[in-house]
Design a binder for this molecule. Structure first.
Ligand code: EPU
Length: 361
């Protein structure tokens, strides 16, 4: 065990947005790829007892961690290529995602404006393939470098090798816990084409309406990012006030037939293609092989009375039933019990198994 660089028995409460108070047996900051590579090569890491933490905004810690926690603090933003139409950036994986978006839109670069104000690190963006308001990280992703936690070597993963899917990637599945992402490269556009088509039906909200409230066209990437931030602040809880980890479950995929069945029972149920967040755009006559759609778990949970419902220290946000929150006093086990109840109720009412989006440790 790398006693030279790590601290012992560290509380992880400041390092997870649910503010769950568990301890890590060992804890260390990683501030560069070389530092990490050297530690691995010197035999300082037992890969079996390790986990990597970014901002802890998508992690539920259920008990004291018996191994080593590495906190990602690898920083830096560099332009590595630029032409008339685009710019390619290399970003340290420990950079704060929302700050990075602010920086990019302030330069007039586009492609991530709809992903404004999503908590987390740049390194977590490809792992989760973060997405919101019709945009996803995969749209701008070029490639990334990661340290192999067995050999200490730095390996480049192309976009294809990273296998990004809906809120998932190879780093959440096949390659889970085997690599530490150190830098991420993205390509942004200097010629913006905005997608402001997002609207939710119940309650009625639209991105283009928010945008209009704040100004007139032509809009800049910063205008769109600020409208998205406004919408998110309106609809999602304030992490300063409550413990939260965003959407707790991914939105389920169902067959078209199942959707039509559910539509009769659930008010204002929207549907969208399995890849992108575009509501109600499917032409049933043209679906062909595309017989599966994605439906909002939040709508199902809301219909079942979960919105704003508290049990002890855990509840859901009063504007978004998919967003589990705490009074910052809840234990990880309490959060897990609460979300298991949500899962059971959706299973019982609609025969759907909700799958957690949040990493449960
Ligand atoms: N809805 C309700 N009641 C609720 C919650 C939602 O009726 O309590 C309805 C909405 O009115 C809307 C539909 O359900 O008609 C979908 O809701 P929303 O537009 O809020 O989106 P979502 O599917 O719940 C997804 C992402 C969010 C992302 C938003 C906006 C997932 C799991 N969640 O939420 O991402 O910000 O779309 O694009 O894909 C996250 O991943 O942590 C996250 C917050």
């Amino acid at each position: 065990m790398g006693t030279v660089f790590s601290q012992k028995q560290v509380s992880l409460k400041p390092y997870n947005t649910l503010s769950v108070d568990v301890t890590a047996e060992y804890f260390a900051y990683i501030s560069s790829a070389d530092q990490l590579g050297d530690i691995v090569k010197s035999g300082g890491i037992d890969i079996e007892s390790l986990f990597v933490l970014g901002r802890g905004s998508n992690t539920l810690l259920t008990k004291n961690y018996p191994g080593l926690v590495l906190l990602n603090s690898i920083k830096g933003i560099k332009v590595i290529n630029e032409d008339e139409n685009s710019v390619t950036l290399e970003i340290g994986s420990g950079e704060d995602w929302p700050s990075f978006v602010e920086y990019a839109v302030s330069k007039g670069w586009s492609g991530l404006e709809n992903l404004a104000y999503i908590p987390g690190t740049v390194g977590a963006a490809p792992v989760q393939n973060i997405g919101a308001y019709g945009q996803a990280f995969e749209d701008i992703f070029v490639d990334l470098d990661a340290v192999d936690l067995t050999s200490g070597e730095i390996i480049r993963f192309t976009k294809e090798e990273s296998k990004l899917g809906y809120r998932t990637s190879a780093f959440k599945t096949d390659l889970k816990d085997k690599y530490f992402i150190v830098v991420v490269r993205v390509r942004l556009s200097k010629d913006p084409h905005f997608d402001t088509s997002y609207h939710s039906r119940f309650p009625n909200e639209s991105l283009s309406e928010w945008l209009k409230k704040n100004g007139k066209p032509p809009y800049t990437p910063a205008d769109v990012a600020h409208a998205v931030t406004g919408l998110r602040k309106f609809k999602l809880p304030d992490p300063k006030e409550v413990g939260t980890c965003g959407s707790f479950f991914v939105n389920p995929f169902v067959t078209v037939d199942k959707f039509h069945e559910l539509e009769k029972e659930v008010n204002e149920l929207q549907h969208y293609p399995v890849t992108k967040m575009e509501y109600d755009r499917i032409d049933w006559h043209n679906t062909g092989q595309d017989k599966i759609v994605k439906i909002p778990a939040g709508r199902l949970l809301d219909e079942l009375g979960w919105k704003g419902k508290w049990i002890g220290n855990v509840g859901t946000h009063d504007k978004q039933a998919l967003c589990v929150i705490t009074n910052k006093k809840a234990s990880g086990q309490e959060v897990l019990d609460y979300t298991n109840k949500m899962r059971e109720s959706v299973q019982k009412a609609y025969g759907i198994d909700l799958v957690s989006e949040v990493r449960i440790v």
